[in-house]
Design a binder for this molecule. Sequence first.
Ligand code: ASP
Length: 316
Amino acid sequence: MEGPARKIVVLGTGGTIAGTAPDAGDHVGYRAAQLGVAALVAAAAGGTWLPSWQLETEQVAQIDSADLTHAVWQLLVRRAAAHLARDDVGALVVAHGTDTLEETAYLLHRVLAPAKPLVLTAAMRPATALQADGPQNLNDALTVAAESGARGVLAVIGGQVFAGAELRKQHPYRLDAFGAGDAGALGAVEQGTLRRWREWPSGAPLGPQVVEREVRSWPRVEIVTSHAGSDGRIVDALLAQGVDGLVVAGVGNGHVHTALQAALARARARGVAVALTTRCTQGVVVGATDDAGALTPVQARVELLLRLLAAPPEPG
Ligand code: ASP
């Protein structure tokens, strides 16, 4: 006799996928995070085409992901880790807003890098749109979650499958708003079937305990951009307020305005961790001395935040 059906847990966090607008033609004037995750699953046919899987839902948050907080991240990591540890759970799907999806995807990859699939999905149009993309994206995410051998943090949107750590939002409006820089997609979902041309993502996870510190005492990590007219005063203002880490979105191959460089030297001298990346939308900082050079500025911010969280507390 077959064992009990394995479960896919769908976690809701809000976003446009759960958004509604009074007018079906309105793709921008809607309110995000209005529908519960159970309604999203119902709109995606409840996963009925996956007969050997049962779906379970949990509302972890209900926010526009533009307002994402560290507290929501901490809760999401806790709930995801708890479900991934369950024997009866084979996969997780997380419905999220698109605006900060690449940050959450990177965080979950670095913290959990699970042996089971953790599939993020989202939508560019609210649930009330004439041609809402959310139900299909959720269907595709469930298809990938149920795929035999699937593993790691993934993002499924617009018919494409990305490694979570490589995800980049690169368009504010189009349905295919996401990419993965030079790495490209990992696969595609076509008519409910996954076609995959790259390996599933893997990595050495830091473990959920890394985000367990009281959120109010998390290090402060800010992003500063090098640009024409940079003068470094923003860094001095941050030093005056108190800052623990700075990500620099340099121009081109990680170049930084001389005046900003001088301010960053002052920051380093005060013990502030500085990571250099590029404001270019594609590519990596060639010859970079740390891993940040291969990340987008917002992902480099997550990396630096996690590095500081993982560091042993200062004595005294
Ligand atoms: N502001 C929305 C959010 O990130 C946008 C979206 O989901 O597409 O929650």
